[in-house]
Structure formats: structure tokens, C-alpha cells
Design a protein. Structure first.
Length: 299
């Protein structure tokens, strides 16, 4: 039995909903389609399709095998394309998620460059300040800035970021120098809707929690960033979010010796090396690019 041919037959029957329709799609006779499915079922010792006079439906075993068959056939097709020298003709959809500011600053331009190189790729981006469920929302690649729990996902570390307390120079002129965590009790904090403190600082090797009072809570990182630059208070933001402002002097980093350990940044995806070629190629490109990004080199 030609196993790949039988897999294609099963896919055709499932997609068309019947043996006769699959036969027309494949250019075969209905009896030959029936024989190939029967040979598969004999090989595995179980029914893959449940037949009635009106319909054909997948059994539980058939549904599982169909998913594997689709993946195997896709991999075979991509391998043939690579050998034929058309590896550059990647095509199909890729959905990418990242935190909003990180996506805007460091992912969007990488996606654009990859899309220009591979015009048959269709990108969808979800740059959001919430945790996106990869399965429920159909996401292929995610950027995660966090300590990751154990899961079935594949995570590739590309760097880390620091948690930076910062304020505008004129605000520090008004409140006086900030030399130790206790000094934060006399300032105003700027928070985001997704995290309203307290802030964790490390003193003598032990965590210390501090939560200054606040009159400004922003639903976006950009809003908190702007409030800090305007001199409303002190914000805790990630190092990549404030690198430019610190370099130009509009924000000043505070209490750096008390910062907690850097937060890792990972490229996360679900299927490992079983991902389609277009997704593997994009992940390889993104990992290489981000590992060269200066703002992620904090270890």
C-alpha cells in the first residue's frame, strides 16, 4: 500500500464528505477510494470512517489520524519544495502576538522585513497588553516577557529586560533625591491598569515591597511613559520601553542597585519542529534578529 496516497485519499474523503465526491476530486474510481480506506483500516485494526447510507463521518481514531495525516502531507510537500529549490517561495498565514509596546518597537519592523522578503506570506498581528491564548486565538508565534510556567509550548529565549524605576529630572528636583526604597514613600507612583503594584525591590538579598500612593493609572504603557516624562510621578517600566528616554535624558533611572533579576524574553510556539516551514523560517529569523537587539542584552 502507498501510505501517502492513502493519507491523501482519507483527507479527500473527509473534506468532500463522501467516497464518490472524493473519487471525483482525486480522479479515481469510487471502488479504488473504498479499497484504499479499507487498506488503511486493516493496517491499523480499527475503523477510521463510520459509513451510513446518507453520510460518512470520522470516528474518534479517524479524527486523530486525519490531523496527523494533514501534518505529514504538509511536511512532505514542503520538503519536496525545498529539494526543488523553491524554499524561498514560502506562503500562507502567520499570526503573531506580542505586548503592545514591544510589538510596536521591536517586532513590527521585523515582520515587515520578512513580509517583503516573502510576498506570499500573510501576517496578522495581535499587539496587546494581555495574555493571548495561542490555541483559542489561533496564534502561531508569541513574544512573552515573563517567567514562563511549564507547558507543552516550545520557548526560545532571546534575551531579557530589566524593571526600571524612572522619573523626569524636574520631578526629582521637586521631591528630592531617591537613594533607597524607603524614599519612595514620599513620592507619587504611576501605574498601569494591568499592574498597580506593589513594586518589588531587592535589599540585602531579600525582596522588599513598596507601593507609593498614586493619582495616575494608565490603561497603556505609552500613557504611563508620557506621564513620567511630564513629571507626574515615578513609574516602573521595562528597560526596552524607556531606553530612548533615558538616553536622551528626559527620564532618569532610580535605585538600580535594588532592581530584581531581569525578566526573560521568549519566542513561544506550539508545534516545535513540526510547524510548517513558513513558521519555522519566521521563528528562526525572529530569534536571530532579537538576539542581536541591544535592549534585550541585560544578563
Amino acid at each position: 500500500m502507498d501510505l501517502l496516497k492513502a493519507m491523501r485519499t482519507l483527507v479527500a474523503v473527509a473534506d468532500s464528505g463522501g467516497f464518490s465526491a472524493a473519487a471525483r476530486t482525486l480522479g479515481q474510481s469510487p471502488p479504488s477510494v473504498t479499497r484504499e480506506i479499507a487498506a488503511l483500516e486493516e493496517r491499523f485494526g480499527c475503523k477510521l470512517l463510520a459509513r451510513t447510507t446518507r453520510q460518512v463521518r470520522l470516528t474518534e481514531a479517524g479524527a486523530r489520524y486525519l490531523a496527523d495525516a494533514r501534518r505529514i502531507l504538509a511536511e512532505v510537500s514542503e520538503a519536496e519544495a525545498a529539494v526543488a529549490g523553491v524554499h524561498g517561495e514560502l506562503r500562507g498565514p502567520i499570526t503573531v502576538t506580542a505586548p503592545a509596546a514591544f510589538g510596536r518597537l521591536h517586532v513590527a519592523r521585523r515582520i515587515t522585513a520578512f513580509a517583503l522578503r516573502h510576498p506570499r506570506i500573510r501576517f496578522t498581528t495581535l499587539f496587546l497588553d494581555r495574555m493571548v491564548n495561542l490555541v483559542d486565538e489561533g496564534v502561531d508565534v508569541a513574544l512573552r516577557i515573563a517567567q514562563l510556567p511549564d507547558s507543552s509550548a516550545t520557548a526560545i529565549r532571546v534575551g531579557s529586560v530589566r524593571q526600571v524605576l524612572c522619573a523626569a529630572p524636574d520631578y526629582l528636583d521637586r521631591v528630592g533625591p531617591i537613594r533607597e526604597p524607603g524614599d519612595l514613600q514620599r513620592v507619587e507612583g504611576i501605574y498601569t491598569a494591568t499592574f498597580q503594584g506593589p513594586w518589588t525591590l531587592i535589599r540585602d538579598g531579600k525582596p522588599s515591597l513598596v507601593k507609593p500612593p498614586s493619582r495616575f493609572i494608565s490603561n497603556t504603557i505609552d500613557g504611563a511613559h508620557e506621564a513620567a516624562r511630564a513629571g507626574i510621578g515615578i513609574a516602573r517600566l521595562l528597560s526596552y520601553q524607556v531606553a530612548d528616554a533615558i538616553a536622551e535624558g528626559s527620564l532618569v533611572p532610580l535605585l538600580q542597585e535594588f532592581e530584581p533579576d531581569p525578566v526573560p524574553v521568549h519566542v513561544v510556539h506550539l508545534e516545535g519542529r513540526n510547524s510548517p516551514m513558513r513558521i519555522r523560517s519566521f521563528i528562526d529569523y525572529l530569534v536571530e534578529e532579537l538576539r542581536q537587539e541591544p535592549v534585550l542584552r541585560n544578563d
